[in-house]
Design a protein. Structure first.
Length: 296
């Protein structure tokens, strides 16, 4: 098969590993920078061009869409879909997972555990919003934030009110969540491919930081997840409509709580921490699904 890896960053570990896995399985792999793509949208023969050349002959694409270009990236994935190309994660599912509020509402509808979350649009709602999530301490998140950026822990009600008022003053969209103290600044990243968690690791934030993101100085370690955590991770990915996803879970007194579902989870941290190859299962999934798509 001819597989396109949609990534703006060919030098990244994840991009290179997916390319290596494609080649190892006997496929042709081409890295496509979505920022250089442009589309001919018509009802007869929709096409995608890159630097004057039409992109043709692809059986499947693996979207690795950066959060900053979600809208345009999803447009490119959608165009590939219109051309009959199988996408490892389709454009609608990526859009759902990138909208934090929509993602939580979808998890809620499926009855999947998550931290109590509040959302409002005007300062007059702040006191009730804080009470709604159990009071301080609480977590305040920018809806557009990624990799732990734009996430604030407010220790007191007064601090929470001040931070929320400041965000409202900047016209920023935010949500507030209960703080899960027993998580102790750690979470679990489950890497899901299809119906299976292929790898999992515990991420522990640096001393004094409640955020566990590896990009912010956290570290990963191997962990054995419970059957319920495994079931929760797979259900969260399915709730978004994804087939490949990274699910961040907190261990709480009332069971696993989903923080976020990532449609383009990084491979480096989890492969190096666990020693598990997570790139090959993605290619194997594409082989099965792209073939069935062609047969249909």
């Amino acid at each position: 098969m001819k597989i396109g890896i949609l990534s703006q960053f060919p030098e990244l570990y994840s991009t290179k590993r997916l390319q290596e896995a494609c080649i190892a399985r006997g496929h042709e792999a081409e890295i496509i920078n979505i920022a250089n793509c442009y589309m001919n949208i018509n009802s007869v023969k929709p096409t995608i061009h890159q630097e004057g050349v039409e992109l043709t002959g692809f059986d499947a694409v693996i979207p690795r869409i950066h959060a900053k270009v979600t809208f345009y990236g999803c447009s490119v994935v959608r165009q590939f879909e219109m051309m009959g190309v199988y996408a490892a994660n389709d454009s609608i599912a990526i859009s759902r997972s990138r909208d934090k509020l929509t993602a939580l509402q979808l998890l809620s509808r499926k009855g999947i555990g998550m931290p109590v979350t509040g959302f409002a649009s005007k300062p007059g709602d702040i006191p009730d919003l804080i009470n709604m999530v159990g009071g301080a301490p609480l977590v305040i998140k920018l809806l557009e934030g990624t990799q732990g950026i734009g996430v604030v822990l407010a220790d007191t009600k007064k601090a929470a009110e001040s931070v929320i008022e400041a965000f409202f003053g900047l016209k920023a969209n935010i949500m507030v969540q209960e703080f899960i103290k027993e998580a102790n600044g750690s979470d679990i990243r489950c890497f899901v491919v299809g119906d299976k968690v292929v790898a999992a690791m515990k991420r522990q934030g640096p001393e004094g930081d409640f955020r566990s993101n590896l990009h912010l100085g956290g570290h990963g370690e191997t962990i054995k997840i419970t059957p319920l955590e495994r079931k929760t991770a797979v259900a969260a990915v399915k709730a978004m409509g994804l087939v490949v996803g990274g699910v961040d879970i907190l261990r709480s007194e009332r069971g696993p709580l989903v923080l976020e579902v990532n449609s383009a989870p990084g491979l480096e941290g989890i492969e190096k921490t666990t020693g598990i190859d997570v790139a090959t299962p993605i290619i194997e999934l594409i082989e099965r699904n792209a073939l069935s798509k062609r047969q249909r």
